[in-house]
Ligand binder design. Sequence first.
Ligand SMILES: C[S@@+](CC[C@H](N)C(=O)[O-])C[C@H]1O[C@@H](n2cnc3c(N)ncnc32)[C@H](O)[C@@H]1O
Length: 209
Amino acid sequence: MTTRAAHWDAIFASKKDTELGWHENDVSQTLKFIDPLPQQEAATVFLPGAGTSLLVDALLNRGYKLILSDISEVALRNVGQRIGKHEHVTLLHHDIAQPLPASLAFAVDLWIDRAVLHFLLSENEIQGYFANLHAAVRPGGHVLLAEFSTVGAIKCAGLELHRYSLEEMSMRLGNDFALIASEEHTYTNPSGQPRPYIYGLFRKNGARS
Ligand SMILES: C[S@@+](CC[C@H](N)C(=O)[O-])C[C@H]1O[C@@H](n2cnc3c(N)ncnc32)[C@H](O)[C@@H]1O
């Protein structure tokens, strides 16, 4: 087990979900970007660093197929226990900076990242993340990135962060993606601290919508 995985496992093993510094009881801030999208039958959503987010339950209720990926086996076990065995859910223990399985090439309709990308610090890791995203999201698919903004906190979960602007998100996604919605949103964490995020919703060029 890597040091990083152990760090996250220790957090998920020692805290209730409601005590996690990023916990949302209400996931409508994400859903308001997702719900207006045209939903194809059995569309596949990929959640890098899914953690134990209640977004999982909301997406299942909407009929999506889910790939829940996380570096923490404990997080995957906890979320798996909560939702129970589900034919539409795949749990993938994986470091999102490392190459995804080739079977995921163009298999993802919607990629949703809340508070994961910003933990990748080295250029190698960031490029690994975006190479995965480019390979997995189908033409016409969508990507929602929600990261600490440039005025946000410099650390989360005891780890340093690479904070994002909309411009950097767009630059890293490149010409294949068009920005279709964005918002600066301040999340209040369970300790009452404000945590400014930037949300960017992008569409990958391609024939199908
Ligand atoms: C701040 S939490 C956010 C969890 C979830 N996205 C949410 O909004 O509730 C960060 C999550 O990313 C996971 N994570 C951190 N680094 C990762 C990496 N390199 N690859 C995959 N998952 C990672 C952590 O285990 C944790 O579940």
